[in-house]
Ligand binder design. Structure first.
Ligand code: SDX
Length: 377
């Protein structure tokens, strides 16, 4: 039924609050974290520096970075109870459901559970940042019948991620490409999962609850789940020679093409050129040009026929595949990064909070009286 009021379905174009964390500028296809262009951060900084920046507003100096790295590295181990819970996860469970459940469990065992003060939230954020990779990796390894790998505190965040998943650290170019992807995924304004996290925070609930909600939102294929969908799509196409014909069949069925389009960017996603460059590097390192060649053809055809540009998930999908990750790990990797943005927004929301509670316009049945059981159809 028709609405009388101006309803912005999907909150399109609605400015819900202010934020000082990041700025998305669709006019110039650009994005800054705390004022710094994301592509400059990706080229010049480590993910740990960017995490520090998002949480503190400034880049760390050498000693601040050393302290931050040491704190994170010291919190990587999972409790024996969490390891037991992970072993009990149903076989074949999606890693996004696994990490969502693991974070929920971490909330119950957190030493400061129930304390929503800013200092406690910051410490919880550090514990989550440190432990999420281990939980993702342990759950993934469990499904393959493999024991978890003990965290090595001497490794960087990105190196440690590989070590926890595979038991080894790849060559520096691969680690750098992964670190770049983490930086690009770290933060993006009021996207669906971040807005979910802020909504949960606005009720006075704790960080773990907000992050569990964020993970649930991120799993969907219209949001973070797209990076997995992209690789499934490329695998289905299989051969660059089939790309254009395959795309035409999608058009004929009016089907979505995963990894394309964006609510805010209409002329290109600020993060795509940097991620594409590093995905191309991965293709060179691995010696497998097929996926990037297919990607190039799809992007050119989407632009020519639909005027729709790729989003970050488009180059991230093949990049993670070329790094050796199984497809179901792609969106959990996004979680391992976006925990930084979510936590920054949770801290910001708490510092100047008002309950998020919009209105709806009722379009259901007119008011009526409750019939007795005998009078129901
Ligand atoms: C992320 O918000 C964020 O910042 C998210 C994110 C982050 O960092 O947090 O950037 C990460 O989630 C990226 C998005 C990943 N999702 C996908 O790749 C899924 C495929 N994309 C689409 O479903 C879509 O583009 C969305 C969901 C991303 C955006 O949806 P909108 O803003 O509601 O746009 P729309 O669906 O109304 O599209 C407008 C038009 C439509 O055609 P018309 O009805 O006007 O004729 O463009 C078409 C759409 O059909 N269109 C597509 C398309 N995306 C848009 N057609 C085919 N394939 C696509 N991918």
């Amino acid at each position: 039924s028709e609405s009388k009021t101006d309803i912005r379905k999907g909150l399109v174009g609605v400015v819900a609050d202010v934020t000082a964390v990041s700025k998305v500028m669709p006019e110039t296809n650009s994005l800054t974290y705390r004022g710094y262009p994301v592509q400059d951060l990706a080229e010049n900084c480590s993910f740990e520096e960017v995490a520090y920046l998002l949480w503190n507003g400034e880049l760390p100096n050498a000693s601040e970075l050393a302290d931050f790295r040491a704190e994170e590295a010291a919190e990587r181990a999972l409790s024996p109870a969490l390891h037991e819970v992970i072993r009990a996860f149903p076989h074949g469970a999606h890693p996004m459901d696994a990490i969502r459940t693991a974070v929920s469990f971490m909330g119950m065992e957190d030493p400061e559970a129930g304390d929503v003060s800013e200092p406690a939230t910051r410490r919880k954020a550090m514990r989550l940042l440190a432990k999420i990779p281990g939980a993702i990796a342990a759950a993934h390894r469990a499904t393959k019948g493999e024991a978890p790998v003990a965290a090595d505190p001497s490794l960087s965040f990105a190196e440690s991620f590989f070590h926890l998943v595979f038991g080894r650290v790849p060559q520096p170019e691969v680690v750098k490409a992964f670190d770049v992807s983490l930086i690009l995924y770290a933060e993006h304004g009021f996207n669906a999962s971040t807005f979910t996290a802020r909504t949960i925070t606005s009720t006075g609930a704790d960080l773990h609850g907000a992050v569990v909600g964020g993970i649930a939102a991120l799993k969907g294929p219209l949001h973070g789940g797209a990076n997995e969908a992209v690789m499934h799509m490329l695998s289905e196409i299989g051969d660059p020679a089939r790309a254009v014909e395959w795309l035409q069949s999608r058009f004929d069925h009016r089907a979505l093409v995963m990894g394309f389009g964006h609510r805010v960017y209409k002329n290109g996603d600020s993060r795509v050129p940097t991620m594409t460059k590093y995905a191309e590097r991965m293709a060179e390192v691995v010696g497998d040009r097929r996926w990037m060649e297919m990607s190039r053809l799809l992007a050119a055809e989407m632009l020519a026929k639909k005027n729709i540009h790729p989003n970050l998930d488009f180059p991230a999908g093949p990049a993670y595949h070329l790094m050796g990750f199984d497809i179901p790990l792609f969106t959990p990797i996004f979680v391992a990064s976006r925990i930084t943005g979510w936590a920054a927004h949770v801290i910001e929301q708490s510092a100047d909070n008002r309950l998020i509670r919009p209105l709806s316009e009722y379009t259901g049945a007119a008011q009526r009286s409750v019939p007795s059981m005998a009078h129901r159809g």
